[in-house]
Write a protein that binds this ligand. Structure first.
Ligand code: PMP
Length: 437
């Protein structure tokens, strides 16, 4: 297997493409913790693909489930017909979700899960006689995918500014209220409740009767692994409950064991009204997403006012048989191998290994939870992102896959990682950091 010679037609729009075409790095195979490159090198996967292959790569049971399903029932029309595996997967998801999450709506990605949850929130408020509640609240540095709703509530200005107004009636809670200090790091003082009170300020500004939902990632992943300060999520829950605002946790990254629990909601002891998930639901192998909701939300759609029952939302591939089969086999693998518990057990070792990098050159912050972590580097003046991107290139040359966002190095290894591989990952990163200009 080698790299293709002709790269002309392939296009990944916007930023992803530019680096890709300059220096195409091709992966041609994968197994367990490793990728194989087109030039025959083995790369230790420190990012579980894109935060998704939580059980590692090319797991035979998942592959077989997909093959068997493709041979038996390849597709069933999503709206008129059911098939057993979609029902089974929904039940299995609800079984591992926090108490109170009782229904699953299937879609095909994290972005679609977010759009679905935002629409459910506004429609649900209307169903219960709160039709003026259409405003949505996200957070600075929140990432909720790339569709119009997701970039509107998302907190990454660069992802939305060229598109103009987007969804109107969106506010963003601040990422920190401490000037110059990242409140979403580890070992911060217990000021989470105080930061969450920024939500009260927004509620006061617009009046609760206009606000449908708040959406946050419990641990923000893509923007650099931001750990909620103590008490933050609990306080958000209290404020939302007090004002009749729905709380949505976007667990596209934190779902399926990443923080050492099935969902971060369980880890932090806070139950939202909806959870969006994707990625690890099928071990990243087949596109799938889901929105988990409470019975109250589900019931409003099933028995609510006529206009809500008639409202259409769903995708051609919602709960498609092959994705559902992949999802069931994935959940089997997580359970049989105890991977969520394994992530919790390995978390202290992971934390110690990561924090051993604190004396390396350029390191200004280290953050971790479960089996996710980040090392933030001091930017080169006038060249933001350059230092971390160089770290990514050097790491790849030395045989490890990391991910960078701005000047932050992020890691989220498959939950099957062993202690020796944590040492290899972090040891190689140490060499990389030591060699950086
Ligand atoms: N929400 C969160 C929290 C994510 O991390 C991501 C993807 N990184 C998404 C939504 C979007 O998921 P997808 O790329 O599958 O559309």
């Amino acid at each position: 297997l080698s790299a293709p010679n002709d790269l002309r037609a392939f296009w990944m729009p916007f930023t992803a493409n530019r680096q890709f075409k300059k220096a195409p790095r091709m992966l041609v195979a994968a197994e367990g913790m490793h990728y194989t490159t087109s030039d025959g090198r083995r790369i230790l996967d420190g990012t579980a693909g894109l935060w998704c292959c939580n059980a590692g790569h090319c797991r035979p049971a998942i592959t077989k489930a997909i093959q068997d399903q493709a041979a038996e029932l390849d597709y069933a029309p999503a709206f008129q017909m059911g098939h057993p595996k979609a029902f089974e997967l929904a039940n299995r998801l609800v079984d591992i979700a926090p108490e109170g999450m009782e229904h699953a709506f299937f879609c095909n990605s994290g972005s679609e899960a977010v759009e679905t949850a935002l629409k459910i929130a506004i429609a649900y408020q209307r169903a219960i006689g709160q039709g003026s509640r259409t405003r949505l609240i996200g957070r600075e540095r929140g990432y909720h995918g790339v569709n119009f709703g997701g970039i509107s509530v998302g907190g990454i200005v660069n992802n939305r500014k060229v598109f103009g107004t987007l969804l109107t009636g969106v506010d963003h809670m601040p990422h920190t209220h401490l000037p110059g200090k990242n409140a979403f790091s580890v070992g911060q003082p217990e000021h989470g409740a105080e930061i969450a009170d920024e939500l009260e300020r927004i509620v006061t500004l617009h009046d609760a009767s206009t606000i449908a939902a708040v959406i946050v990632e419990p641990v923000a992943g893509s923007t650099g692994v931001l750990i909620p300060p103590k008490g933050y999520l609990k306080r958000l829950r209290e404020i939302c409950s007090k004002h009749g605002i729905l709380l949505i946790f976007d667990e596209v990254i934190t779902g399926f064991g990443r923080t050492g629990a099935a969902f971060a909601a369980e880890k932090y002891g806070v139950v939202p009204d909806m959870i969006t998930c994707a990625k690890g639901i099928t071990n990243g192998v087949i596109p799938m997403g889901a929105v988990l909701t409470t019975a109250a939300i589900h019931d409003a759609f099933m028995t609510g006012p006529e206009n809500l029952i008639e409202l259409f939302h769903g995708y051609t591939y919602s709960g498609t048989p092959i994705a559902a089969a992949a999802g069931i086999a994935t959940l089997d693998t997580y359970r049989e191998e105890g991977l969520f518990e394994r992530a919790a057990d390995l978390a202290p070792y992971w934390a110690e290994a990561l924090h051993s990098l604190r004396d390396c050159p350029h390191v200004i912050d280290i953050r971790n939870e479960g089996l996710i972590g980040a090392v933030e580097l001091e930017p080169i003046p006038g060249q933001p992102t350059a230092r971390a991107f160089q770290a990514f290139l050097d790491a790849y040359e030395k045989g490890i896959m990391i991910r960078t966002t701005g000047d932050i190095i992020a890691m989220s290894p498959p939950l099957i990682i062993g202690k020796g591989q944590i040492d290899e990952l972090v040891g190689t990163l140490r060499d990389v950091l030591t060699g950086l200009k």
